[in-house]
Design a protein. Structure first.
Length: 331
């Protein structure tokens, strides 16, 4: 990507919401003109019956899987999470992969036989579920896409065309043998021009913060949100209440405030406020989930989201992703 100050460029995103069942889950997906699917991220924040909160993130490409981790989050915002398993020689599979289609699903096949024998992994992506199993069944989860809950972002124009999809899902299964009692997760996919890496594409450069949340209410309905805050005026936001049309906003139609606090040598965001589509949402951090991808300068905080003037959810799972090299407090 050409060197350019993204804060001084007017970037116009085209945002929509779709159902996961209509998406092509193969790496040959052509939903964005001229772009290819370069990276995929399976992720989840999940609570288990033994009282633990986990964050799981897996990076996948057309030819390899690497980086990210499974870790137990800390309820102390100023304490680091505990790494449980990490891709490498001792814990999780790291290496070349192949994708094959089986019964309408895209299934990962480890190409390194030695590593496969030590660290079996099975991931399949399909129109109705994403199944993820590895580390002697330590990770055994199913992500089930919620209806009409894939946020789709297309950002054409200089310095390069990019696309992104984020599918929000319910989470079931088990972690470290303990049943999952609640959570929210998904499948994110990055698209870029042929010959480019998504990690240095425009969509990566734009991101400062990314908020994702899912909430359940006492009458049984669910609500989800997905909001990215970027350089300059760039922003995308979607909100979906079960049974109602989604709300979509971009750029200056998204208001935001992100509050940082310090303790000793550590400084990090702990609260935020998002305003779009006639709704105001407050994020309050509850768990430090920052261990994953630390080498890439990415941190996570888990928390609760409350809509102003609306009923309080009985369950809520939210994450604030922070690109530490670019994110700053917002007033």
């Amino acid at each position: 990507m050409a060197s350019i100050d993204m804060s001084k460029v007017t970037v116009i995103p085209y945002v929509s919401m779709a159902d996961a069942s209509v998406h092509d889950h193969s790496t040959l997906d052509k939903q964005f003109p001229g772009l290819h699917n370069d990276l995929l991220f399976l992720w989840a924040m999940a609570d288990t019956a033994d009282g633990k909160r986990y964050e799981l993130v897996r990076t996948l490409s057309a030819s390899a899987t690497y980086d990210f981790t499974v870790h137990e989050c800390s309820a102390d915002l100023w304490s680091d999470p505990r790494n449980v398993w990490f891709p490498g020689e001792n814990d999780l599979y790291w290496g070349p992969i192949l994708w094959i289609e089986r019964e309408g699903e895209q299934t990962l096949f480890p190409a390194n036989m030695d590593m496969r024998a030590k660290h079996p992994i099975r991931i399949s992506l399909g129109p109705s579920k994403y199944a993820w199993k590895e580390h002697r069944d330590g990770v055994d989860i199913v992500l089930t896409p919620l209806p009409q809950n894939v946020t789709t972002i297309y950002v054409p124009g200089p310095p390069d065309d990019v696309g992104y999809t984020s599918s929000g899902c319910a989470v079931s299964g088990s972690i470290a043998g303990s049943p999952i009692i609640g959570g929210y997760g998904g499948l994110d996919r990055m698209y870029c021009l042929p010959g480019m890496s998504a990690q240095v594409s425009k969509i990566a450069e734009l991101e400062h913060y990314w908020f994702v949340w899912g909430a359940m209410f006492d009458d049984g309905h669910w609500e989800t949100g997905n909001a990215m805050l970027g350089a300059g005026d760039y922003a995308t936001a979607t909100f979906h209440r079960q049974g109602e049309p989604p709300i979509i906003a971009t750029n200056r139609d998204v208001g935001s405030k992100v509050v940082w606090e310090s303790k000793g040598d550590v400084r990090q965001p702990v609260r935020a406020r998002l305003e779009f589509g006639g709704h105001t949402f407050s994020f309050e951090a509850t768990h430090n989930a920052a261990a994953a991808a630390v080498s890439m300068g990415i941190a996570w905080m888990h928390g609760n989201v409350q809509e102003e003037g609306a009923p309080r959810p009985v369950q809520c799972w939210s994450t604030m992703e922070v690109i530490k090299i670019r994110a700053t407090p917002r007033d």
